[in-house]
Design a protein around this ligand. Structure first.
Ligand code: HEC
Length: 143
């Protein structure tokens, strides 16, 4: 990481010097400085994206492995509501969603179909709270 930063700085310094001597304008130096800043921000952004993407990946894997996908898709209703609709219904209430998966909540998305979902809750009830949280985070991320 240090080595990489050093080489970016060295490269920018050479580039800035070349730009200055060939064009001789102060404005050009400013442009080069901005380019350098963007490059480093891009690197940091990518690392942050990768770190943030991981928790929802774990939830997505659990959702698949436990056959929830048989009745739920991200964008459209099949047997059960879409994950987007579930996420919208639980806006600012991830705790409520986790409680539902623990068998401690009422169906709020489509109560008329609650009997279809009820047996599935046995699966999520048997999971750890951490696993239920991953699934809830994944569902909330689809909105
Ligand atoms: C046999 C089909 C079926 C399967 C399999 C299934 N679901 Fe559902 N699910 C439904 C139906 C139908 C509803 C709508 C009733 C309701 O809102 O509870 C629903 C609703 C939900 C809701 C919204 C609850 C609410 O407050 O209304 C969540 C969250 C959910 N399912 C998660 C899951 C998870 C996690 C799994 C996998 C362990 C799963 N479902 C597997 C059919 C299914």
């Amino acid at each position: 990481m240090k080595k990489r930063t050093l080489s970016i700085v060295a490269f920018s310094a050479i580039f800035a010097f070349a730009t200055l001597t060939s064009c001789g304008g102060g404005n050009h130096q400013k442009e080069v400085t901005q380019e350098e800043t963007t490059t480093e921000e891009d690197v940091v952004e990518k690392v942050v994206e990768e770190t943030v993407a991981k928790p929802t990946q774990a939830g997505a894997d659990l959702f698949k492995a436990n056959a929830c996908v048989a009745c739920h898709q991200e964008d459209r209703k099949i047997v059960g509501p879409s994950l987007k609709d579930i996420a919208t219904g639980y806006t600012d209430n991830t705790e409520g969603l986790i409680a539902f998966l623990a068998g401690e909540g009422e169906a709020i998305i489509d109560p008329s179909q609650a009997a279809v979902m009820a047996p599935q809750i046995e699966t999520t009830k048997a999971m750890s709270n951490e696993e239920r949280t991953s699934i809830a985070d994944y569902i909330m991320s689809t909105k």
